[in-house]
Write a protein that binds this ligand. Structure first.
Ligand code: A3P
Ligand code: MG
Ligand code: MG
Length: 388
C-alpha cells in the first residue's frame, strides 16, 4: 500500500517556519486612484459535461434567452441533479486546458503569468475565513483553495441552532441555492436563440435543473505590475463568440436577488443589502471580463418578478453614488498590494499555507512543506518539462 498524500495539509506543520503577516486594516491605505487593470483576454477554455467530466471544448456554452416572468423558482426542487465536489479539484482542469491549448498551438507559445489560480480565490473577503495553498514553480505562483477548509466553514454554519420558529416565507439553505440554478435553466439554452425554434427553447426551460455541466473561461489579466491567469465558470453568451480573439466576449453573468420594494417606499436597508451583494457580482464578473450581469428579482417566496441588466464596469460608480458601502478602487488596490506581498513571501520552493485569521484581521502565510503538494498537476509539470 502507498501512503495517501493528496493535499498539502496532510504534511506535519513546520513549527519553526517564519510567519508572514498581511494586515487587512486600515483599508484607508488602499483609497485613491486604482492600479491599472488590463482587460482580461481569454487564453483557453473547457467544459464539464452532464456528468461533470472534463471536455476540451465549448460543448457546455449556453446562450441567454429572456426567462418567463411569474415562474416559481422552487419548481422541480425534488428532481435537482446537484453536483457537489467530493474530491479536491486542485488546479487540474485549468492546467489541462492550458496544456491542450499549448499542444494545439504547437509552437513555442506558452501561457505565462506571475500568478495562476481560480477566479474564486480573488473574490474572497474578510467576512469568512479562508485557507489557500501556494507554490512557486518556474516563475509562476500557483494558488489553490484549501479544499477541506471549505467544509469546515460549512460545518460551522451547521452548528448554529435551528430557529425555533420559521416564518412561512423563510426558505431552506438548499432551496435558496436551488433557485439560482433554476433561474439559469430558464435563462440559458445551448444554441443561439435566433436559430432555435420556440418549442426547443421552451423545452429547455422546462428541463430538469442540474449544475453538473459548466463552461469555464481562462483569461490573462493584470493588476498593476502583476500578471495573472484566472479560470472560472461563465454562465452564458449574449452573442456568439467573436472570431477575433482580441475582441471582448459577450458573456453574461446570471444572478438572483430578492425584489426591492417600490421605489417611493424603498427601504434604505434593502438597498444597502442589494448594493452589498453587488460587490460580489461585480468582482466575480470583471475578473473574467464579463461585461453584463442580469439579475432575476424574485419575491420572498421565490416567484420570478423582474429582470435588470447591469453593465459590470458601471457598478462601482453606481454604488459610490448610492449607499457608498464599498469602493472598487479599494478592492483593486487591496488585491494589488496583496499580490505584491505574496511575491515577497512565496520566494522559495515549497508549499505555503495562506490563511485569513478573521479575529485578528490578518492573513498569515508560512512555508509548510517541500515540493509542490499536488497544487501543480503532474501532467502539467510533465508537459512543461517536454517543452524545455
Ligand atoms: P444565485 O447567485 O443567483 O443565487 P453563479 O451565480 O456563481 O453562477 O452560481 C449559480 C448559483 O449557484 C447561485 O445563484 C446559487 O444559487 C448557487 N451558488 C453559487 N455559489 C454558492 C455558494 N457559495 N453557496 C450557495 N449557493 C451558491
Ligand atoms: Mg455560474
Ligand atoms: Mg450566475
Amino acid at each position: 500500500t502507498t501512503t495517501k498524500m493528496t493535499s498539502p495539509q496532510d504534511a506535519p506543520p513546520m513549527p519553526d517556519a517564519q510567519v508572514h503577516r498581511f494586515p487587512i486594516q486600515p483599508l484607508n491605505r488602499f483609497r485613491g486612484a486604482s492600479a491599472t487593470i488590463k482587460r482580461p483576454r481569454e487564453v483557453a477554455h473547457f467544459s464539464y459535461d452532464e456528468n461533470h467530466e472534463y471536455r476540451d471544448d465549448e460543448s457546455s456554452i449556453n446562450y441567454y434567452v429572456p426567462p418567463p416572468m411569474g415562474v416559481d423558482l422552487k419548481g422541480g426542487f425534488d428532481t435537482f441533479r446537484h453536483y457537489e465536489e467530493k474530491e479536491d479539484p486542485h488546479l487540474d482542469s485549468l492546467l489541462k486546458a492550458l496544456v491542450s491549448k499549448e499542444r494545439q498551438a504547437g509552437s513555442e507559445t506558452r501561457a505565462q503569468a506571475d500568478f495562476l489560480t481560480w477566479r474564486g480565490m480573488m473574490t474572497k473577503d474578510n467576512f469568512a475565513e479562508f485557507g489557500m495553498f501556494a507554490t512557486l514553480h518556474d516563475g509562476t505562483i500557483y494558488i489553490e483553495e484549501d479544499f477541506p477548509s471549505r467544509f469546515a466553514e460549512r460545518a460551522a454554519e451547521g452548528d448554529r441552532p435551528a430557529p425555533r420558529y420559521q416564518h412561512p416565507d423563510q426558505q431552506s439553505h438548499e432551496m435558496m441555492m436551488y433557485w439560482g440554478y433554476k433561474f439559469e435553466t430558464l435563462a440559458l439554452i445551448p444554441t443561439p436563440p435566433e436559430s432555435t425554434p420556440r418549442e426547443e427553447i421552451e423545452k429547455h426551460q422546462r428541463s430538469v435543473v442540474s449544475n453538473h455541466a459548466q463552461h469555464c473561461s481562462i483569461v490573462n489579466t493584470s493588476f498593476g505590475p502583476h500578471s495573472l491567469i484566472l479560470g472560472g465558470e461563465v454562465d452564458g453568451l449574449l452573442a456568439p463568440k467573436p472570431t477575433d480573439p482580441d475582441a471582448p466576449v459577450q458573456w453574461v453573468e446570471l444572478k438572483t436577488s430578492e425584489e426591492l420594494p417600490p421605489s417611493h417606499q424603498q427601504q434604505q436597508r434593502d438597498i444597502l443589502k442589494f448594493e452589498r451583494k453587488l460587490l460580489k457580482f461585480w468582482a466575480q464578473s470583471f475578473l473574467l471580463g464579463v461585461p453584463k450581469i442580469t439579475v432575476g428579482f424574485r419575491s420572498k417566496a421565490g416567484i420570478l418578478k423582474g429582470l435588470q441588466t447591469f453593465n459590470t464596469h458601471e457598478i462601482p460608480g453606481m454604488v459610490r453614488r448610492g449607499t457608498n458601502c464599498w469602493d472598487g478602487n479599494v478592492c483593486i488596490n487591496f488585491a494589488t498590494a496583496f499580490l505584491a506581498w505574496l511575491k515577497e513571501v512565496v520566494k522559495d520552493k515549497g508549499v505555503y499555507s495562506i490563511v485569513l485569521k478573521k479575529k485578528s484581521g490578518v492573513v498569515e502565510a508560512r512555508r509548510i512543506k517541500d515540493g509542490t503538494g499536488g497544487i501543480v498537476s503532474e501532467d502539467f509539470l510533465e508537459w512543461r518539462r517536454t517543452k524545455d
